[in-house]
Design a protein around this ligand. Sequence first.
Ligand SMILES: Nc1nc2c(ncn2[C@@H]2O[C@H](COP(=O)(O)OP(=O)(O)OP(=O)(O)O)[C@@H](O)[C@H]2O)c(=O)[nH]1
Ligand SMILES: [Mg+2]
Length: 322
Amino acid sequence: MENTANLDRTIVQQENVNLLREIRELCNRNNPEVVFLIGGPGVGKSAMVNTINKALCGTYYEKAKPNTRTFERFKNCGIQENELQGVQKYAFSTCLHILPSIIDSAGNIDENTLALQEIMELVIGGFIPRGTSLAYLLDKQTHRPPGFLSRKYTTSNEEWKVTKIVFVVSCTQPLPTQLIQCLQAVLAAYDRRTGQARFNIDVFVAITKYDLVAEQGRFSTFNSQEQITMEQFLEYERNVARHFSVFEHNRIRWVSYVDGHSGDNPFIENIALKLVRQMMHNRAPEIAENTSTLGEDIVAALLFTAAICGITWYVVKRSLSD
Ligand SMILES: Nc1nc2c(ncn2[C@@H]2O[C@H](COP(=O)(O)OP(=O)(O)OP(=O)(O)O)[C@@H](O)[C@H]2O)c(=O)[nH]1
Ligand SMILES: [Mg+2]
């Protein structure tokens, strides 16, 4: 039994080396992806940042702190070059700047309001400076007409425009259905002039704390009070599928490094590396932008004709008076 477990571990370790190699190959591009973690309080967003950081740099650091209250940015998964160890050092020392950047946010309560939609839009557009408190933004919107923050934050940082979203839910907490609708409303927005979608963003759902599922048999569970059964987990997964129209491969069963897990765990890192690989795949190309509508084309043609007539009239008039 123990031999089988060791064999499994060795196979996964080897697979992780291959994943690191694949991720390095995916670094052959110009700009890093920007991944925005959205979810309710305490679902494990910050633990996820730290786990990705560990899987990609080789050592565990608590980069993202618990009880997040602000919007925090982790450039290149929060890794500094001098932190890279072993295989990871070999893989990424020359392409660290292409690894995805991650935005960790304060947990959102389960609501779908215009105020929250505006905040999400601004974060996605790269308008909210790092370190800005979510409570501050919500407070600013109180008693003010919608659009106040859009007038306050007018400068977008290209480097922080979101390209991928991971909606983080915990299998031990109720699904935040209002928050899901809030995000869906934001992503459904389109340019009223051109009819084109405003955002071209892939959405993934990470179901965290999979280690708390009693029968999963791969991860040790330290907190038996919070445990759920596999049947409950599968029902949760079906519920996620009902509320998100994401394909199965965009749903991830996630486990993070937390206090209970000591030492390296190749199974945890396997999940993290697969997510990073998915994050680094190219998005579907944007439809070529055609900003002019038929009405605008007609107006442009009329203006052009008027200008030609004006010039001709001026030339004729001058030649007659000469
Ligand atoms: N068992 C288990 N616990 C986890 C996992 N991920 C996070 N936790 C625990 O869940 C709690 C909340 O984790 P955080 O990462 O701080 O959650 P968060 O979503 O960032 O929370 P806020 O910043 O408050 O919104 C902590 O006690 C973590 O140790 C996991 O995969 N398994
Ligand atoms: Mg947090």
